[in-house]
Design a protein around this ligand. Structure first.
Ligand code: IPD
Length: 277
């Protein structure tokens, strides 16, 4: 009896709240900003510090578990999902927002066992909203149950996307063509908020109807996928096939119909794979 991963999820919630405090405090201070893969791919000392706090605290409690973290991966750690219990962590999602004090800034903690996502915890640090999803047990925001929207018609949809980090001309052309398609289809609107995880939480809440992106990473997807599925939503690959969290691409929607319609429209942008770097 009992939930074997409950203690892990409770720890994730405590740590996400603690990370949120650190991030809120750092938000007000001077930041040293560095770039990673492009001029739009930012990292600060706080990203590194929060990732270190999260992973060292978790390692102490769960020494046999494995860890995938955004900044550890940038520093050369392998990004491979095995059968072992694995924590998939983004210490600051929305680093560019964090640097500019634009509100959507989150901590994202996902957890998988046997390559199946078990729970997700995402904390919107500036607005103090805690999103949680546990496989088979629903999704919640600050204790309130989440439910996706039931929109099936693309012309009635509010659509979210994110830009990704590449800025070369070929990528930008494809990115803008995709946006143009959804505007031509007479969707209600398109939004870019600067945090993949929080955009996916808005979808889980029913505040938006569809999401697509090329160039996000497993740490942007792991926690949010559980939350959306537990809120009744669909998370798939941009091809319309099953989701692969290492593939750097995703379509999510409140309904299967809308997810398939979005997937059909998209031109593919190649960002490689998280597990091939
Ligand atoms: C990024 C943000 C951005 C999205 C990227 C993500 P980071 O996360 O969510 O909006 O376009 O795909 O990687 O670097 O701020 O953790």
């Amino acid at each position: 009896g009992g939930d074997p991963w409950q203690q892990c999820m409770d720890t994730a919630v405590q740590l996400a709240l603690r990370a949120g405090q650190i991030i809120r405090r750092a938000l007000m201070e001077e930041k040293r900003v560095s770039t990673k893969t492009s001029a739009a791919d930012l990292v600060t000392e706080t990203d590194h510090f929060v990732e270190d706090v999260l992973i060292s605290s978790l390692k102490e409690k769960f020494p046999l578990h494995r860890f995938i973290g955004e900044e550890s991966t940038s520093a050369g750690s392998k990004c491979i999902l095995t059968e072992s219990p694995t924590w998939i962590i983004d210490p600051i999602d929305g680093t560019c927002n964090f640097v500019h004090r634009f509100p959507p800034v989150a901590v994202s903690i996902g957890f998988a066992v046997n390559q199946e996502l078990e729970f997700g915890v995402i904390y919107h640090c500036t607005e103090e909203r805690l999103y949680t999803g546990r496989r088979g047990q629903g999704a919640f925001c600050n204790g309130q149950r989440l439910q996706v929207s039931k929109v099936t018609d693309i012309s009635k949809a509010l659509v979210l996307t994110e830009i990704g980090t590449k800025r070369d001309p070929a990528t930008l052309k494809l990115f803008l063509s995709n946006m143009e398609k959804f505007l031509k289809l007479q969707t209600h609107g398109l939004r870019i908020i600067g945090s993949s995880t929080l955009a996916l939480c808005l979808l889980a809440s029913g505040a938006a109807d569809a999401y697509y992106q090329f160039g996000l990473h497993c740490w942007d997807l792991a926690a949010a996928t559980v939350i959306i599925r537990e809120a009744g939503g669909i998370v798939i690959d941009t091809s319309g096939g099953p989701l692969d969290i290492m593939s750097c691409r995703v379509v999510a929607a409140g309904t299967k119909e809308l997810a398939m319609l979005v997937a059909q429209e998209l031109l593919t942008i190649d960002y490689g794979r998280d597990d091939e770097n």
